[in-house]
Design a protein around this ligand. Structure first.
Ligand code: NAD
Ligand code: 6OD
Length: 478
């Protein structure tokens, strides 16, 4: 599938082209058109025009039907989506087939179901008596879409994180202009084809490709015709988008970076804690915002935990590459920095050699570190690779102090067999999501998001609908 813009119901490829490289072996997959300011202007105008047409008057039920058709369309081209996602990201095909694509279908289905559950999300409240002595009044509120929504998404779960925003934005009745990551344009283009085939009116969904700073992403997020921005990516990018959006006071929903802790108590099922940490640190080679990069282990089981985690990391095979040569170099620079900062490298710490085509790809070894102070940059900064640092702690309060001593607050895991401890500790972790004895077990309708530098707002289920629509209160004097 060739990456193309989709604007006002038309596919087009204007703008200079840049190469798309396969992370798995460095070969060229194709080229991607870089949207100019004119392409972005056209997309925003097309979205605005769509709101003035049938989409702007569509009932919740009609929107739900449209979302179901999109879900069915993605499902019908399931293998094509899986192949494209695996090629663009380098992730194991199995991961794309069990997480990215089925959960993207799930996003469209979940919002269609939510709309059926609450057709217009309208409710009435009668507030008698208080109108400054003017008698009784009937107040009722209706939810109104925000208008033209810009969706900016990252490369780690390209289709899933795009649909995570597009599905609720459309469910709430908005029109969308989406810009996926320049590294992973293909499943977004496929989605545009599915949306075209599903018969959504022209301009309801628009897609522009290209880079972020000084390019399509910046043109879009600073555009005066954009009514809201939903962004997932690095915290520093979030800050840049916020500055850009400030001139027009455009509301933002941000899912940003993390430096997620795991707390392993001495009473934990250690087999489960080790296996859980292997998953939470190394799935998709650590390139999931929810991945664990800081592991704190209660002292009596610390040595055993480190030994077992190190052995499992060394034994891992079949893992995918970093998204790009640039990102591989960034992760390797942290492996070097960790050594300079005095780390003990328990496992990994370099690049693997395969003796096949993968040697042209962007792989790094799954890595376990110990021995760093909490002030080390390796322990404080998001690396976004297959790496974690393990440190000991003594007691619950110390564990919480360590977990919370971070500029980030996205997700955490707690490993304990003590139910009371789980309930005591989980709400005290400064994070938007806390998993107990599991990781990334997630219903799409639950609130998702971070605190501190990890984000603004919550997505998922009703939480996304709340962002993508606004209540209008109507007051009638009786
Ligand atoms: P990134 O911030 O570099 O890029 C994300 C998107 O923003 C891309 O589409 C990019 O082109 C665009 N962009 C970049 N600069 C821009 C600018 N100045 N204006 C407008 N758009 C701009 O992030 P990435 O490298 O693609 O993704 C990895 C990061 O995303 C990590 O920090 C990770 O933690 C974070 N992430 C967070 C979540 C979450 O839910 N909290 C989920 C996935 C990834
Ligand atoms: O909900 C999921 O399935 C999932 N993998 C979310 C990841 C989000 C951030 O990268």
């Amino acid at each position: 599938m060739k990456a193309e813009h989709y604007v006002g119901g038309m596919f087009r490829s204007d703008g200079p082209a840049f190469p798309l490289l396969a992370p798995a072996d460095g070969t060229e997959l194709g080229t991607v058109p870089e949207a100019t300011r004119e392409v972005v202007d056209d997309a925003v105008a097309a979205a605005r025009a769509a709101l003035a047409g049938p989409w702007g008057r569509a009932s919740a039920e009609e929107r739900a039907v449209a979302l179901r058709r999109v879900a069915d369309g993605v499902q019908a081209r399931f293998e094509e989506f899986v192949d494209a996602e695996a090629a663009d990201t380098g992730k194991p095909r199995e991961l794309a087939a069990t997480v990215d694509v089925p959960r993207a279908v799930g996003n469209f289905r979940a919002y269609a179901d939510l709309l059926y559950g609450r057709p217009e999300r309208a409710y009435t409240t009668q507030i008698p008596g208080w109108s400054g002595g003017a008698g009784q009044a009937l107040n009722y509120s209706v939810r109104r879409p925000l208008g033209v929504v810009a969706v900016i998404s990252p490369w780690n779960l390209p289709l899933l994180l795009l649909t995570w925003k597009v599905a609720p934005a459309l469910a709430a009745g908005n029109a969308v202009v989406a810009k996926p990551s320049e590294e992973t344009p293909t499943t977004a283009t496929l989605l545009a084809h599915v949306i075209a085939e599903a018969g959504l009116p022209d301009g309801v969904f628009n897609l522009v490709h290209g880079h972020g700073a000084g390019a399509a992403g910046e043109f879009l997020t600073g555009h005066p015709g954009v009514d809201a921005i939903a962004f997932t990516g690095e915290s520093a990018t979030g800050a840049a988008i916020m500055r850009n959006a400030a001139d027009h006071v455009t509301p933002v929903s941000f899912e940003l970076g993390g430096k997620n802790p795991a707390l392993v108590f001495a009473d934990a099922d250690l087999d489960a804690a080790v296996e859980g940490t292997v998953r939470s640190s190394f799935t998709h080679s650590g390139q999931i915002c929810l991945c664990t990069e800081r592991v704190y282990v209660e002292r009596p089981v610390y040595e055993e935990f480190v030994e077992r985690l190190g052995a499992r990391a060394r034994a891992l095979t079949g893992y995918g590459p970093m998204i790009s040569a640039e990102h591989r170099d960034k992760v390797l620079s942290y492996y070097r920095l960790a050594r300079e900062e005095g780390a003990t490298v328990v496992a990994g710490g370099g690049t693997p050699e395969f003796g096949d085509a993968r040697d042209g790809g962007y792989y790094v070894e799954p890595t376990v570190l110990t021995g760093l102070p909490e002030t080390a940059r390796t322990v404080r900064e998001e690396i976004f690779g297959p790496v974690c640092h393990v440190a000991p702690f003594d007691g619950e309060d110390a564990a919480l102090r360590l977990a919370n001593d971070s500029p980030y607050g996205l997700a955490a895991t707690v490993w304990t067999r003590d139910v009371s401890r789980a309930h005591r500790v989980a709400p005290r972790v400064e994070a938007g999501i806390v998993w107990v004895n599991c990781w990334n077990l997630r219903d799409l309708r639950t609130p998702f998001g971070g605190v501190k530098a990890s984000g603004i707002g919550r997505e998922g289920g009703e939480y996304s609908l709340d962002f993508f629509s606004e209540p209008v209160n109507v007051c009638i004097q009786i």
